[in-house]
Design a protein around this ligand. Structure first.
Ligand code: ATP
Length: 197
């Protein structure tokens, strides 16, 4: 079966990609074509159920395995995602490293749920802020300034989700940091979260 994965020679990377398959809605149950194979791979079944056994074994099928740095199934909590794929990145922020965590996906794919979450299943932004403030509390020698913004890039237009009446934001050039978004320190691609010290 064909599979797509990062080259095995690539041992260290500054970019990790995680996939999270949210629980299916009632309407979607008839198109249940995603299987989380293991903690790194998902299988997308051929949605054309009319294909017979012969076609499938002769690879005349659209069934594909996709590999990621992390794969999470419908029963995974946001805290599982956070612990495995984000937590170590956040710790570096308090030591002066820049880090970006963003959610990308189509409408209704679960980006807001993953980033914001609920009271019972807090999202990555909430868990990150908890970690940041815990680390700051433990650090008695440095002074910190924490800023937070929450942006969405939708159809290539940027919106400030903390100030909905602000309309869309413009990109501007910052001579020191390259492109930044409207002077804010966070970006979001239909939910993108950027942490800078
Ligand atoms: N892990 C999950 N467990 C339970 N429900 C979930 C989960 N992830 C997403 N959902 C539900 O799926 C629906 C769509 O999710 P969400 O609103 O987060 O999507 P979105 O990608 O932010 O959509 P949009 O781009 O349209 O804002 C919501 O009803 C949400 O509660």
């Amino acid at each position: 079966m064909p599979s797509i994965s990062a080259p095995s020679s690539k041992k260290a990377t500054t970019l990790s990609v995680a996939v999270k398959c949210r629980p299916l809605t009632e309407k979607e149950r008839c198109r249940n074509i995603i299987r989380v194979h293991n903690d790194k791979e998902i299988l997308v079944l051929d949605p054309d159920l009319s294909k017979d056994y012969l076609e499938r074994i002769q690879h005349r099928t659209k069934q594909r395995t996709y590999a990621f740095d992390y794969a999470f199934g419908p029963s995974s909590l946001n805290s599982d995602v956070y612990k495995r794929s984000v937590c170590s990145t956040i710790a570096g922020v308090v030591q002066g490293l820049n880090a970006t965590v963003f959610a990308y996906g189509s409408t209704g794919s679960g980006k807001t749920y993953t980033m914001v979450g609920t009271k019972d299943d807090p999202g990555l932004m909430v868990l990150s802020l908890n970690t940041i403030f815990d680390l700051i509390k433990d650090n008695t020698s440095d002074k910190f300034e924490v800023t937070c913004s929450y942006l969405e890039v939708y159809n290539e237009v940027i919106y400030d989700l903390l100030e909905k009446s602000s309309g869309h934001l413009e990109l501007r050039e910052d001579p020191e940091q390259g492109i930044v978004v409207a002077g804010l320190r966070a970006i979001k691609v239909n939910t993108l979260f950027d942490l800078r010290n």
